[in-house]
Design a protein around this ligand. Structure first.
Ligand code: ADP
Length: 203
């Protein structure tokens, strides 16, 4: 990456600060980083969490896999280098939205620990909340909401996480949700309880 300081490009502090924006919204901005296999339930649970936060008057924004790949990251493939760049850009966008005072939710497989940790390091202490949606591969494959496992097993999708590409499970996620025997509603409730307990929903 380019060293921007050499080009005299530096971060500008604005007159209105992150904490002032957050105060107006009565919330502590953060990113809820959902990670897990395809079909594990990241998107479904993140949507439900966002709905509940919105109902409580909280300002949120959900960044979702396909939507980002259709726009911001439409130039990226699924090669190793592009997967790294995909997560890096999502991290940077999340950081800007956190700076704007929002509670950001992201739903990306983000299979590699190093990539997730790089995003964690971009944020300030307490702003990155990793949520491991831990659903066994056999359950994801049974759900197969987009028919992707079927295609991957037939060899029609190269390097598919869980089938032909590894998933590195988080060891120290802030939240660990096992969905096999848990409803979407209970999973969402546990995220809201965490945010409440840790003081993210007031300022
Ligand atoms: P991902 O975003 O991780 O790829 P999705 O949320 O798109 O996964 O798909 C998960 C699928 O599993 C959905 O069709 C959802 O309705 C279903 N599902 C069944 N039980 C659960 C549960 N307990 N938690 C989350 N999703 C569940």
């Amino acid at each position: 990456m380019l060293d921007r300081e050499d080009e005299n490009i530096v971060w500008h502090e604005h007159h209105v600060s992150k904490s002032e924006r957050a105060k107006l919204k009565q919330q502590r901005p953060c990113v809820l980083w959902f990670t897990g296999l395809s079909g594990s339930g990241k998107s479904t649970i993140a949507n439900e969490v966002e709905r509940r936060l919105h109902q409580r008057g909280k300002h949120t924004y959900l960044l979702d896999g396909d939507n980002v790949r259709l726009g911001l990251n439409s130039d990226l493939s699924f090669s190793d280098a592009d997967r790294v760049e995909n997560i890096r850009r999502i991290g940077e966008v999340s950081k800007l939205f956190v700076d704007a005072g929002l509670i950001v939710l992201t739903a990306f497989i983000s299979p590699f620990k190093e990539d997730r940790n790089r995003v964690r390091e971009m944020m300030q202490e307490g702003e990155f909340i990793e949520i491991f949606i831990d659903t066994p591969l056999r359950v994801c494959e049974r759900r197969d909401p987009k028919g992707l496992y079927k295609k991957a097993r037939k060899g029609e999708i190269a390097e598919f996480t869980g089938v032909s590409s590894p998933y590195e499970a988080p060891q120290e996620a802030e939240l660990h949700i096992q969905t096999e025997n848990m409803s979407v509603s209970t999973a969402a409730k546990s995220v809201l309880e965490y945010l409440e307990k840790k003081g993210y929903l007031r300022c």
